[in-house]
Design a protein around this ligand. Structure first.
Ligand SMILES: O=C(CNCCc1c[nH]c2ccccc12)Nc1scc(-c2ccccc2)c1C(=O)NCc1ccccc1
Length: 329
């Protein structure tokens, strides 16, 4: 058994990726942000204040014959950017890419922060992190993938995110035709709920990889590639017009710059992010100043290989073998 779902960038900056999910009977289709950096499946619902839910597709458990209230359960999540949501919990049938989980915890939002209220292209998140990261109390719930894993042909999924094109999340199989290079595997550390791993070194502009390892997480729910200052400086020292912009809270440069590539070693293979993927977007419409896709992780305390890095690879999230696979695209 397998599943395969298309995923699309939400806007011209590839800020997030939208995947349609069917919940309940009859199916209610919601656009969700699949997030390997968290472990809750939460949605805008009939219980979300009308003013907050305006413009969003919502889930109505009362309209689903298979919905059941999970009595006494609640959830509350806050992300590093201080966005947050909370609410109560139902179980219902959830289908992703043609594969169904009959009794999935669907976390209904009774409160959502402004950031999510304004982000009307998504109706919530589908966490693909490890179950230990789930916020439901008094008993943590399993992610959709964790519930599906034992019935899938293989207990793994792949992410194939693309710049301004349709990509895919595949469950239970690896479509190697999506990759150009071999898959390099490395152990995954799920103890914090994230898909943690260590890159063995990095290089700028196609030079030979150094041996400075980088430990971080593979996070489809974060837009940027967030790394230590010494790595970020080594990269932008090659970009003539690069400078830190206080108002933008990041490094910006002339949009006309020919950016160098950034490579990292993982599982015996090398993943190269073309410079074009690091030129993320103009700081505002029509501006000739662009915002970098590589930024500092200094004030975060964790390195995040977000969408900017993931777009360069086919990434295998292999729960069965507790490992991550990376292949150049
Ligand atoms: O939370 C996730 C994955 N889900 C994101 C869902 C989401 C959070 N706003 C959203 C808004 C829209 C859609 C999805 C999301 N990843 C991790 S691990 C550590 C941090 C972190 C910890 C401390 C400080 C900073 C980050 C984050 C983080 O906050 N990333 C988002 C971000 C990272 C940097 C800048 C902005 C956001």
């Amino acid at each position: 058994q397998t599943g395969s779902a298309n995923t699309n960038p939400s806007d011209s900056a590839d800020d997030e990726y939208i995947t349609n999910v069917s919940i309940g009977t009859p199916a209610q289709v919601l656009p969700l942000d699949f997030d390997t950096g968290s472990s809750d499946l939460w949605v805008f619902s009939s219980e979300t204040p009308k003013s907050s839910a305006s413009g969003h597709v919502t889930y109505s458990p009362s309209k689903s014959s298979t919905a059941k209230k999970l009595s006494g359960a609640s959830w509350s999540i806050t992300y590093g950017d201080h966005s947050s949501s909370s609410g109560d919990v139902y179980t219902d049938k959830v289908t992703v890419g043609g594969f169904s989980v009959s009794s999935q915890a669907v976390e209904s939002a009774t409160k959502v922060s402004t950031q999510f209220v304004q982000d009307t292209v998504i109706s919530g998140l589908l966490g693909l992190g490890f179950d230990v990261g789930n916020t439901v109390k008094p008993r943590a719930q399993k992610t959709w993938f964790s519930n599906a894993a034992n019935s899938l042909a293989q207990p793994l999924f792949t992410a194939d995110l693309k710049h301004q094109q349709t990509g895919s999340y595949n469950f239970g199989f690896i479509d190697t035709t999506l990759a150009k290079g071999p898959i390099g595997y490395t152990p995954a550390d799920g103890s914090e709920g994230y898909w943690g791993f260590t890159a063995t070194g990095y290089s700028v502009g196609g030079a030979k990889l150094n041996r400075n390892s980088i430990t971080g997480i593979a996070d489809t729910g974060t837009t940027l590639l967030l790394l230590d200052d010494d790595v970020v400086n080594a990269y932008y020292n090659n970009v003539e017009s690069a400078q830190y912009d206080d108002s933008q809270q990041g490094v910006v440069f002339d949009c006309s710059e020919d950016l160098p590539s950034f490579s990292f070693g993982v599982g015996g293979t090398t993943i190269t992010i073309p410079g074009s993927l690091i030129n993320l977007t103009p700081v505002s419409d029509g501006s000739s100043t662009c915002f970098g896709g590589l930024q500092s992780s200094a004030d975060i305390g964790i390195n995040i290989f977000g969408d900017v890095a993931l777009k360069a690879a086919l990434v295998v999230f292999d729960l069965g073998n507790e490992r991550l696979g990376w292949a150049q695209k």
